[in-house]
Design a protein around this ligand. Structure first.
Ligand code: 9MR
Length: 356
Protein backbone atom coordinates (compact mmCIF):
# COMPACT_ATOMS: atom_id res chain seq x y z
CA UNK A 1 0.00 0.00 0.00
CA UNK A 2 1.23 3.47 -0.80
CA UNK A 3 2.22 5.41 2.27
CA UNK A 4 -0.34 8.15 1.57
CA UNK A 5 -3.20 5.65 1.38
CA UNK A 6 -1.94 4.14 4.59
CA UNK A 7 -1.95 7.44 6.46
CA UNK A 8 -5.33 8.57 5.13
CA UNK A 9 -6.77 5.09 5.51
CA UNK A 10 -5.62 4.86 9.10
CA UNK A 11 -7.48 8.05 9.85
CA UNK A 12 -10.53 7.17 7.81
CA UNK A 13 -10.25 10.53 6.05
CA UNK A 14 -11.80 10.86 2.60
CA UNK A 15 -9.54 13.78 2.25
CA UNK A 16 -8.78 14.28 -1.43
CA UNK A 17 -12.32 14.54 -2.66
CA UNK A 18 -13.41 16.59 0.34
CA UNK A 19 -10.74 19.17 -0.15
CA UNK A 20 -11.24 19.51 -3.89
CA UNK A 21 -14.98 19.95 -3.42
CA UNK A 22 -14.78 22.26 -0.46
CA UNK A 23 -12.36 24.71 -2.06
CA UNK A 24 -12.67 24.86 -5.81
CA UNK A 25 -10.64 28.05 -5.77
CA UNK A 26 -8.64 29.40 -8.64
CA UNK A 27 -5.14 28.04 -8.30
CA UNK A 28 -6.10 25.40 -5.76
CA UNK A 29 -4.43 22.10 -6.63
CA UNK A 30 -5.09 19.88 -3.66
CA UNK A 31 -3.05 16.69 -4.00
CA UNK A 32 -2.09 17.64 -7.51
CA UNK A 33 0.61 15.75 -9.34
CA UNK A 34 1.66 18.93 -11.17
CA UNK A 35 4.87 20.81 -10.42
CA UNK A 36 4.72 22.66 -7.09
CA UNK A 37 5.60 26.36 -7.27
CA UNK A 38 8.74 27.21 -5.32
CA UNK A 39 9.51 30.59 -3.81
CA UNK A 40 11.31 32.43 -1.05
CA UNK A 41 11.03 35.24 1.45
CA UNK A 42 12.57 38.26 -0.21
CA UNK A 43 14.16 41.48 0.95
CA UNK A 44 13.34 44.31 -1.36
CA UNK A 45 16.50 46.29 -0.50
CA UNK A 46 18.62 43.38 -1.72
CA UNK A 47 16.71 43.11 -4.98
CA UNK A 48 17.80 46.67 -5.62
CA UNK A 49 21.36 46.52 -4.23
CA UNK A 50 22.64 43.04 -5.04
CA UNK A 51 22.46 41.96 -8.70
CA UNK A 52 23.47 38.37 -7.84
CA UNK A 53 20.60 38.16 -5.38
CA UNK A 54 18.18 39.46 -7.98
CA UNK A 55 19.48 36.99 -10.56
CA UNK A 56 19.12 34.09 -8.13
CA UNK A 57 15.57 35.08 -7.27
CA UNK A 58 14.64 35.22 -10.95
CA UNK A 59 16.43 31.95 -11.69
CA UNK A 60 14.77 29.92 -8.93
CA UNK A 61 11.49 31.45 -7.75
CA UNK A 62 7.96 31.36 -9.05
CA UNK A 63 6.55 32.77 -5.84
CA UNK A 64 7.61 35.57 -3.49
CA UNK A 65 6.75 36.70 0.00
CA UNK A 66 8.22 39.76 1.72
CA UNK A 67 10.50 38.74 4.59
CA UNK A 68 9.30 42.03 6.04
CA UNK A 69 7.41 44.94 4.60
CA UNK A 70 3.85 43.87 5.36
CA UNK A 71 4.39 43.44 9.08
CA UNK A 72 2.80 46.01 11.37
CA UNK A 73 6.10 47.57 12.40
CA UNK A 74 7.08 48.02 8.77
CA UNK A 75 3.74 49.39 7.59
CA UNK A 76 2.61 51.39 10.60
CA UNK A 77 5.18 53.88 11.99
CA UNK A 78 2.28 55.76 13.59
CA UNK A 79 -1.36 55.03 14.31
CA UNK A 80 -2.57 57.26 11.51
CA UNK A 81 0.11 56.52 8.90
CA UNK A 82 0.75 53.56 6.55
CA UNK A 83 4.01 53.21 4.58
CA UNK A 84 3.59 51.00 1.54
CA UNK A 85 6.87 51.68 -0.19
CA UNK A 86 8.50 48.23 0.28
CA UNK A 87 5.52 46.01 -0.50
CA UNK A 88 4.62 48.23 -3.45
CA UNK A 89 8.13 47.70 -4.86
CA UNK A 90 8.15 43.97 -4.22
CA UNK A 91 4.75 43.48 -5.85
CA UNK A 92 5.79 45.58 -8.83
CA UNK A 93 8.91 43.39 -9.18
CA UNK A 94 6.82 40.22 -8.94
CA UNK A 95 4.33 41.43 -11.51
CA UNK A 96 7.01 42.64 -13.90
CA UNK A 97 8.58 39.18 -13.79
CA UNK A 98 5.48 37.00 -13.80
CA UNK A 99 5.92 35.83 -10.19
CA UNK A 100 3.08 35.25 -7.71
CA UNK A 101 2.95 36.94 -4.30
CA UNK A 102 2.00 35.78 -0.85
CA UNK A 103 1.17 38.21 1.96
CA UNK A 104 2.72 37.90 5.43
CA UNK A 105 1.09 38.76 7.85
CA UNK A 106 -1.99 40.54 9.25
CA UNK A 107 -2.24 39.47 12.91
CA UNK A 108 0.88 38.42 14.81
CA UNK A 109 2.18 38.72 18.35
CA UNK A 110 5.55 40.07 17.18
CA UNK A 111 6.61 42.85 14.86
CA UNK A 112 4.28 45.35 16.51
CA UNK A 113 5.20 49.04 16.68
CA UNK A 114 5.47 50.66 20.10
CA UNK A 115 2.43 52.87 19.60
CA UNK A 116 0.14 49.82 19.57
CA UNK A 117 0.67 49.65 23.35
CA UNK A 118 -1.87 52.49 23.51
CA UNK A 119 -4.53 50.02 22.34
CA UNK A 120 -5.98 48.81 25.62
CA UNK A 121 -9.58 47.71 25.19
CA UNK A 122 -11.29 44.98 23.18
CA UNK A 123 -13.20 47.56 21.14
CA UNK A 124 -10.02 49.44 20.27
CA UNK A 125 -8.24 46.22 19.32
CA UNK A 126 -11.06 45.10 17.04
CA UNK A 127 -11.24 48.52 15.45
CA UNK A 128 -7.45 48.56 14.87
CA UNK A 129 -7.41 45.03 13.43
CA UNK A 130 -10.30 45.80 11.09
CA UNK A 131 -8.81 49.10 9.96
CA UNK A 132 -5.51 47.35 9.26
CA UNK A 133 -7.07 44.52 7.28
CA UNK A 134 -9.36 46.86 5.34
CA UNK A 135 -6.47 49.11 4.37
CA UNK A 136 -3.78 46.53 3.61
CA UNK A 137 -5.81 43.70 2.07
CA UNK A 138 -7.92 46.31 0.28
CA UNK A 139 -4.88 47.99 -1.22
CA UNK A 140 -3.53 44.75 -2.69
CA UNK A 141 -6.87 43.17 -3.56
CA UNK A 142 -6.43 40.87 -6.55
CA UNK A 143 -2.61 41.22 -6.38
CA UNK A 144 -1.86 39.17 -3.26
CA UNK A 145 -3.88 35.98 -3.77
CA UNK A 146 -2.79 34.23 -0.55
CA UNK A 147 -2.44 35.78 2.93
CA UNK A 148 -1.00 34.51 6.21
CA UNK A 149 -3.93 36.06 8.03
CA UNK A 150 -2.86 34.99 11.51
CA UNK A 151 0.71 34.03 12.29
CA UNK A 152 1.96 31.87 15.16
CA UNK A 153 -1.25 31.95 17.22
CA UNK A 154 -0.44 28.82 19.23
CA UNK A 155 1.84 29.13 22.23
CA UNK A 156 5.27 27.48 22.31
CA UNK A 157 4.27 25.17 25.14
CA UNK A 158 0.53 24.95 24.78
CA UNK A 159 -1.27 23.81 27.90
CA UNK A 160 -4.77 22.38 27.44
CA UNK A 161 -6.25 25.32 29.34
CA UNK A 162 -4.02 27.92 27.72
CA UNK A 163 -3.16 26.97 24.14
CA UNK A 164 -2.95 30.43 22.62
CA UNK A 165 0.15 32.60 22.50
CA UNK A 166 -0.17 35.94 24.30
CA UNK A 167 -0.43 38.87 21.90
CA UNK A 168 -2.17 42.18 21.68
CA UNK A 169 -4.98 40.41 19.82
CA UNK A 170 -5.23 37.40 22.10
CA UNK A 171 -4.97 39.46 25.27
CA UNK A 172 -7.68 41.98 24.32
CA UNK A 173 -9.99 40.07 21.99
CA UNK A 174 -9.32 36.45 22.95
CA UNK A 175 -9.16 33.45 20.63
CA UNK A 176 -12.04 34.96 18.65
CA UNK A 177 -9.50 37.32 17.05
CA UNK A 178 -8.51 34.50 14.69
CA UNK A 179 -12.03 34.12 13.38
CA UNK A 180 -12.55 37.88 13.19
CA UNK A 181 -9.37 38.33 11.17
CA UNK A 182 -10.31 35.51 8.78
CA UNK A 183 -13.83 36.82 8.26
CA UNK A 184 -12.70 40.38 7.75
CA UNK A 185 -10.03 39.41 5.23
CA UNK A 186 -12.58 37.30 3.31
CA UNK A 187 -15.00 40.22 3.31
CA UNK A 188 -12.40 42.61 1.88
CA UNK A 189 -11.10 40.22 -0.79
CA UNK A 190 -13.40 37.21 -1.23
CA UNK A 191 -10.98 35.56 -3.65
CA UNK A 192 -8.01 35.51 -1.29
CA UNK A 193 -6.67 32.21 0.06
CA UNK A 194 -6.91 32.50 3.86
CA UNK A 195 -4.01 30.85 5.66
CA UNK A 196 -3.14 30.19 9.30
CA UNK A 197 0.64 30.01 9.52
CA UNK A 198 2.58 28.37 12.36
CA UNK A 199 5.68 26.37 13.29
CA UNK A 200 6.99 23.67 15.59
CA UNK A 201 4.96 20.64 14.48
CA UNK A 202 7.54 18.27 13.07
CA UNK A 203 9.78 16.78 15.75
CA UNK A 204 9.26 13.71 17.94
CA UNK A 205 8.88 15.75 21.12
CA UNK A 206 6.07 16.26 23.60
CA UNK A 207 6.19 19.95 22.77
CA UNK A 208 5.51 19.35 19.07
CA UNK A 209 2.81 16.84 19.88
CA UNK A 210 1.09 19.36 22.19
CA UNK A 211 1.39 22.02 19.53
CA UNK A 212 -0.18 19.81 16.87
CA UNK A 213 -3.05 18.94 19.21
CA UNK A 214 -3.66 22.57 20.15
CA UNK A 215 -3.51 23.69 16.53
CA UNK A 216 -5.96 20.99 15.45
CA UNK A 217 -8.36 22.03 18.20
CA UNK A 218 -8.20 25.64 17.02
CA UNK A 219 -8.79 24.68 13.39
CA UNK A 220 -11.60 22.29 14.25
CA UNK A 221 -13.32 24.98 16.29
CA UNK A 222 -13.01 27.43 13.38
CA UNK A 223 -14.48 24.88 10.98
CA UNK A 224 -17.33 24.12 13.43
CA UNK A 225 -18.09 27.83 13.47
CA UNK A 226 -17.98 27.91 9.69
CA UNK A 227 -15.17 30.46 9.71
CA UNK A 228 -13.57 30.93 6.29
CA UNK A 229 -10.18 29.18 6.18
CA UNK A 230 -8.54 27.57 3.18
CA UNK A 231 -5.02 26.51 3.98
CA UNK A 232 -2.44 25.91 6.68
CA UNK A 233 1.06 27.29 6.37
CA UNK A 234 3.64 24.94 7.88
CA UNK A 235 6.62 27.21 8.34
CA UNK A 236 9.27 24.52 8.61
CA UNK A 237 12.06 26.23 10.56
CA UNK A 238 13.59 22.81 11.20
CA UNK A 239 16.03 22.34 14.10
CA UNK A 240 18.83 20.53 12.27
CA UNK A 241 19.83 18.37 15.22
CA UNK A 242 16.36 16.86 15.59
CA UNK A 243 14.77 14.02 13.64
CA UNK A 244 11.57 14.65 11.75
CA UNK A 245 8.62 12.79 13.27
CA UNK A 246 7.39 11.53 9.92
CA UNK A 247 4.47 9.57 11.27
CA UNK A 248 3.33 12.38 13.58
CA UNK A 249 3.67 15.03 10.88
CA UNK A 250 1.88 12.91 8.26
CA UNK A 251 -1.00 12.26 10.64
CA UNK A 252 -1.23 15.97 11.42
CA UNK A 253 -1.32 16.86 7.72
CA UNK A 254 -3.91 14.14 7.10
CA UNK A 255 -6.14 15.59 9.83
CA UNK A 256 -5.89 19.06 8.30
CA UNK A 257 -6.43 17.72 4.83
CA UNK A 258 -9.44 15.78 6.07
CA UNK A 259 -10.93 19.12 7.17
CA UNK A 260 -10.66 20.33 3.59
CA UNK A 261 -7.53 22.42 4.05
CA UNK A 262 -4.68 22.80 1.63
CA UNK A 263 -1.10 22.77 2.94
CA UNK A 264 1.61 25.27 2.09
CA UNK A 265 5.23 25.07 3.21
CA UNK A 266 5.83 28.72 3.95
CA UNK A 267 9.19 29.36 5.67
CA UNK A 268 11.43 26.35 5.19
CA UNK A 269 15.03 26.46 6.41
CA UNK A 270 17.21 24.26 8.59
CA UNK A 271 18.68 25.77 11.73
CA UNK A 272 22.23 24.45 11.78
CA UNK A 273 23.78 25.93 14.91
CA UNK A 274 24.10 22.51 16.56
CA UNK A 275 25.22 20.60 13.45
CA UNK A 276 28.84 19.52 12.74
CA UNK A 277 31.22 22.18 11.46
CA UNK A 278 32.23 20.26 8.33
CA UNK A 279 30.23 21.98 5.61
CA UNK A 280 29.81 18.91 3.39
CA UNK A 281 28.39 16.89 6.27
CA UNK A 282 26.34 19.84 7.47
CA UNK A 283 24.83 20.46 4.03
CA UNK A 284 23.88 16.79 3.76
CA UNK A 285 22.12 16.82 7.12
CA UNK A 286 20.33 20.06 6.20
CA UNK A 287 19.17 18.51 2.92
CA UNK A 288 18.10 15.31 4.59
CA UNK A 289 16.00 17.11 7.23
CA UNK A 290 14.29 19.16 4.53
CA UNK A 291 13.67 15.99 2.48
CA UNK A 292 12.09 14.13 5.43
CA UNK A 293 9.90 17.11 6.27
CA UNK A 294 8.66 17.52 2.70
CA UNK A 295 8.15 13.81 2.20
CA UNK A 296 6.13 13.46 5.40
CA UNK A 297 3.76 16.12 4.03
CA UNK A 298 3.84 14.83 0.46
CA UNK A 299 3.04 11.29 1.64
CA UNK A 300 -0.41 12.64 2.48
CA UNK A 301 -0.91 15.37 -0.09
CA UNK A 302 1.59 17.41 -2.04
CA UNK A 303 1.63 20.99 -0.72
CA UNK A 304 0.37 23.79 -2.95
CA UNK A 305 3.62 25.71 -2.63
CA UNK A 306 7.06 25.46 -1.05
CA UNK A 307 8.79 28.63 0.10
CA UNK A 308 12.08 28.93 1.93
CA UNK A 309 12.71 31.79 4.38
CA UNK A 310 15.40 33.48 2.35
CA UNK A 311 17.16 31.88 -0.58
CA UNK A 312 20.90 32.15 -0.01
CA UNK A 313 23.01 31.65 3.13
CA UNK A 314 24.35 35.14 2.43
CA UNK A 315 21.13 36.66 3.76
CA UNK A 316 19.33 34.76 6.51
CA UNK A 317 17.63 35.56 9.80
CA UNK A 318 19.08 32.41 11.41
CA UNK A 319 22.27 33.92 12.97
CA UNK A 320 20.17 36.55 14.74
CA UNK A 321 18.95 33.81 17.13
CA UNK A 322 21.02 30.74 16.25
CA UNK A 323 24.59 31.75 15.49
CA UNK A 324 27.15 28.97 15.85
CA UNK A 325 29.47 28.71 18.85
CA UNK A 326 32.41 28.04 16.49
CA UNK A 327 31.63 31.35 14.70
CA UNK A 328 31.28 29.61 11.36
CA UNK A 329 28.54 31.10 9.19
CA UNK A 330 25.14 29.38 9.22
CA UNK A 331 24.11 27.40 6.13
CA UNK A 332 20.32 27.03 6.48
CA UNK A 333 19.17 27.71 2.91
CA UNK A 334 19.16 26.08 -0.56
CA UNK A 335 21.85 28.35 -2.06
CA UNK A 336 25.24 28.99 -0.48
CA UNK A 337 26.58 32.47 0.24
CA UNK A 338 27.78 32.70 -3.37
CA UNK A 339 24.35 31.73 -4.71
CA UNK A 340 25.48 28.27 -5.70
CA UNK A 341 22.97 25.43 -5.21
CA UNK A 342 23.55 23.11 -2.25
CA UNK A 343 22.09 19.61 -1.77
CA UNK A 344 19.06 21.31 -0.18
CA UNK A 345 18.24 22.87 -3.58
CA UNK A 346 18.32 19.45 -5.21
CA UNK A 347 15.83 18.22 -2.59
CA UNK A 348 13.51 21.07 -3.51
CA UNK A 349 13.90 20.41 -7.23
CA UNK A 350 13.16 16.70 -6.78
CA UNK A 351 10.19 17.32 -4.54
CA UNK A 352 8.52 20.10 -6.51
CA UNK A 353 8.84 18.39 -9.89
CA UNK A 354 5.61 17.12 -11.48
CA UNK A 355 5.04 13.51 -10.54
CA UNK A 356 3.13 12.42 -13.62
O1 9MR B 1 13.21 36.86 9.03
C1 9MR B 1 12.45 37.85 9.65
C2 9MR B 1 13.36 38.91 10.27
O2 9MR B 1 14.08 39.58 9.25
C3 9MR B 1 12.49 39.90 11.06
O3 9MR B 1 13.29 40.76 11.74
C4 9MR B 1 11.67 39.16 12.07
C5 9MR B 1 10.78 40.09 12.85
O4 9MR B 1 9.86 40.67 12.02
O5 9MR B 1 10.87 38.19 11.44
C6 9MR B 1 11.58 37.22 10.73
O6 9MR B 1 10.67 36.36 10.08
C7 9MR B 1 9.89 35.52 10.89
C8 9MR B 1 8.53 35.39 10.25
O7 9MR B 1 7.96 36.66 10.05
C9 9MR B 1 7.60 34.51 11.07
N1 9MR B 1 8.21 33.22 11.34
C10 9MR B 1 9.56 33.24 11.86
C11 9MR B 1 10.46 34.08 10.96
C12 9MR B 1 11.92 34.02 11.44
O8 9MR B 1 12.05 34.59 12.69
Amino acid sequence: MHRRQFVLGALGAGASAGSALAFPRAGSRACSTAAIPFGAAIRVDLLRDDPDYRRAVLAHCQLLVGEGGLKWFDLRPAADRFVFDHPDRLIAFAEANGLKMRGHTLAWYAGMPKWTETITTRQEAERALYEHIDTVVGRYKGRIPSWDVVNEAISDNPAIQKPMRPSLWQDLIGTRHVELALRRTAAVDPKVQLVLNDFGFENPTLQCRAKRAAFLRLVKDLKDRDAPLHAIGLQGHLPGEQEIDREGLSRFVAELHGMGLAILVTELDVIDDKLPADTVIRDEIVASRARSFLQAIGDVCRPEAVLTWGLSDRHTWVPIWFSRKDKMPNRPLPLDANYQPKPFMQVIKDFTRATS
